[in-house]
Unconditional design. Structure first.
Length: 188
């Protein structure tokens, strides 16, 4: 009889855990981020502005995602699309990031030592072919950070790292980093 009680309690715990509400990412006004709505991705710490793109030469992708050098710039608005159907954007879920005027963000290897974020990704279709197109928004020190750690492919080996700023030749490129860029979101 005790094993039957144990199984019942285990089942009840599983059901209550699986029904737990997923915490949404919130904008600077405390409202949940919504899929398909444009937001500015802004730095929490001074030293640069919002996110934008620059033209890149001698690469397969013509545009790289950067942090604007001007603190006054809000950058280009970004839309988020979750890998699973959801109106709100949950914390720590796979997302496509898309500038309103460009294609989907993608992790690209432009340099032998560094991976940068470009705009040559493909939206949707979670799986092996699109694994480099999925990012997450995670809570970080009371704010948020962007992380590359896709879970859209069960058998793919991926490196999980934060997205930070890599400064070279005066450009503040978004790249894999040990120091994450702390961000907040403002509806465009």
């Amino acid at each position: 009889m005790s094993s039957l009680l144990y199984i019942f309690l285990l089942f009840a715990a599983f059901i209550s855990h699986s029904g737990a509400a997923v915490e949404p990412v919130k904008d600077i006004y405390g409202k949940p981020l919504l899929a398909g709505i444009s937001y500015f991705v802004l730095p929490v710490v001074r030293g640069g502005g919002g996110l934008t793109v620059i033209e890149t030469v001698n690469t397969t992708c013509p545009r790289t995602v950067v942090q604007d050098q001007s603190e006054a710039s809000q950058g280009i608005p970004v839309e988020f699309s979750p890998s699973v159907k959801s109106r709100t954007i949950p914390v720590s879920t796979d997302l496509n990031f898309q500038f309103s005027a460009f294609t989907i963000w993608k992790l690209d290897n432009f340099d032998t030592d560094q991976y940068f974020v470009s705009t040559c990704g493909v939206g949707g279709n979670p799986g092996r072919q699109t694994v480099s197109n999925w990012f997450k928004i995670d809570k970080f020190e009371g704010n948020y950070k962007i992380r590359f750690c896709p879970t859209v492919c069960n058998f793919c080996k991926v490196m999980c790292r934060d997205i930070g700023v890599f400064v070279k030749d005066g450009k503040r490129r978004l790249a894999l980093s040990d120091v994450p860029l702390k961000v907040k979101f403002k509806k465009a």
